[in-house]
Every structure is written in C-alpha cells, then in structure tokens.
Design a protein around this ligand. Structure first.
Ligand code: SF4
Ligand code: SF4
Length: 300
C-alpha cells in the first residue's frame, strides 16, 4: 500500500500543515502522526480517541527490600548513580536508572528485578479525514524511534482491517533516529522546506538522508515567494539531486488565520494556496504510484 511520509529538516516549515492538507485531500487514508516527541496534527484534524494503549519501552530496576542483604554491591557497580542508600535500605532512583541490568546480574541475593518502563501512550482515533494513529510520549521519555515503529505497524494493521490502501504520515522533524524510523520503507518522502538559509541547509541534510536510505522523495517549497533568490537556490539543489518540486506554495497570511481556526490549506476553496497544495498532493500521490501521471513541476 502506498505510504507517503511528510518530513522537514527542521521544525516550523509547515510540515504538519502539509500533512493535514494531504489527509483531507487523500482518498480514504489512514492518517498517522509520527512526530511523537511534539505531536500537533491532532490540533488540525481533531481526532476522537477510540482506543488508548500503553507504550512501554526500556527497563527500570527495582530492589526487593525483603530479599536485599544490604551488601552494597549494586550501588558500587551502577555507573549511573541510580542506586540510593535510604533509611530503609537501598532503592533505585527510577529517573536515573538506564535499565542496563548490571545490578540485577551481579546481585548475590537475587533481590533486583527489571520491569518494562512506562514511556507513553498511543491512540487509535477517528477523524473526518479517516482513522488516525497517534501517540504521546511521557515527558522525558525516550525510545521515540521505537514508538514510531509501533505507530507504523498499527497503521498498516488498520489499513488491512479497514480495506484501505493509503497511509499519510506526519513525520518527525530533523534527521535523527525517529526520522530514520519514519522513512525506512515508506514509498515517498515529501520534504517540506522554505526559502530561508536554514531551510536550504536543512533540506540538503534531509535530502541526503533520503538518498542514503534510497527513498523516493519530492519537495514542497512553502512560502516560496517570500525570497525568490533563495527559492531559486532550492530549485538548483533539487535539480542537482534529481528531486522533483511537487509544489510551490505562496506566502499568504490567510494560511495562519485558517490554521488558527482549525482549517487546513485544502479547506481554502479556490484560493491559490489551496490550488498549490492540491497540485502538491496529486504529484506526491503519483510519485507513490497512486496516480497515472508523473510528478511535474508546478507553475504556482
Ligand atoms: S546487590 Fe542485591 S543484596 Fe546487595 S545491596 Fe544491592 S540489592 Fe541488596
Ligand atoms: S539497571 Fe543499570 S542503571 Fe539501573 S540501577 Fe541497575 S545498574 Fe543502575
């Protein structure tokens, strides 16, 4: 099934706005928010949660006071300083424990057990655009790459259950582990950028990541007319890397007003911004093998 993943080399380029608009334009999609560290697709799609699931990742040690002989071996071995001497014996500081298991391995009394750590929740929801799979990590929790994998697996299951064959994902920003987890095996990566110095730099890094993992990709230039010279630089970068420009979205203050009202760019009727995002969607869908026409550069 085609899976289209929208990412950007950094946050704040309009990635989620593009993903939300694609979700509205796509025929019968599963929508997935893979930006698990700072999810915000729900602000635009207003999901109604149907199921809540715990996400456990990593391990935390715990000491059985009843079994502990107070030898102190675990405290000496823990290089994270997670074992505390308290008035009632030794105890594990769960916030400092990295779950390495050294203490449990060497404890002569077998008094230490490791258990899965609660790291957040993932949700199965309904939206006007279609079913949505999303999540929320607990503050300070790690393993976001693993949670991204869980969401993608659940989105695939949801597709099979509902007889759908298209996944639209709002990926994480940057080029770290969660992004790699989000784009590995996806059919098309949509790179959203803007004509600023950091936009150009971060597009180069994200494009490099896609090339490294051999993922087909195309570019949407948001606020394209804000700096024509910088937009021309983006186009030269895309030409050099063989990346199609899927759409050029003009800068229009009405977009911010629409987003604040919970609307997407696709909801703007005959506005040039809506025309541009529809053009971008058709090109991205075609690149994913979901349309008959090859992607073409947009005149917008
Ligand atoms: S190593 Fe085991 S027995 Fe020794 S202090 Fe730690 S928990 Fe207690
Ligand atoms: S599992 Fe590792 S980090 Fe946690 S308390 Fe034991 S030795 Fe320290």
């Amino acid at each position: 099934m085609p899976e289209i993943t929208v990412i950007s080399g950094k946050g704040g380029t309009g990635k989620t706005s593009v993903a939300a608009a694609f979700a509205k334009l796509a025929p019968d999609p599963i929508v997935c928010d893979l930006d698990v560290d700072a999810p915000d697709l729900h602000l635009l799609l207003q999901p109604k949660v149907v199921e809540v699931h715990e996400f456990r990742a990593g391990r935390t040690a715990a000491i059985s006071v009843a079994d502990c002989t107070l030898c102190g071996d675990c405290r000496e071995r823990c290089r994270f300083g997670a074992i505390l001497a308290t008035a009632t014996g030794f105890a594990v500081d769960a916030t400092a424990c990295e779950g390495c298991g050294v203490c449990a391995h060497f404890c002569p009394a077998g008094a230490i057990a490791l258990s899965p750590r609660m790291a957040g929740h993932w949700f199965r929801s309904r939206t006007d655009a279609g079913p949505m799979i999303h999540a929320q990590l607990l503050p300070g929790a790690e393993n976001s790459g693993l949670l991204v994998s869980v969401l993608r697996r659940e989105a695939t299951s949801e597709c099979a259950r509902g007889g759908r064959d298209l996944i639209i994902s709002d990926g994480p920003p940057g080029i770290g582990c969660p992004v790699i987890s989000a784009i590995s095996g996806t059919d098309v990566v949509v790179l959203v950028t803007e004509p600023t110095p950091s936009g150009l730099h971060d597009l180069e890094r994200a494009a490099e990541l896609c090339a490294h993992f051999a993922r087909p990709a195309g570019v949407i230039v948001n606020k394209a007319d804000l700096d024509e010279d910088r937009s021309a630089e983006i186009e030269r970068l895309c030409a050099r890397r063989g990346l199609p420009i899927l759409a050029r979205i003009p800068f229009e203050p009405v977009v911010v007003e629409a987003l604040m009202a919970g609307l997407t760019m696709a909801d703007l009727g005959n506005h040039p911004v809506a025309d541009a995002i529809r053009h971008g969607w058709r090109n991205a869908h075609a690149l994913a093998g979901g349309g008959r026409n090859s992607p073409a550069s947009s005149p917008t």
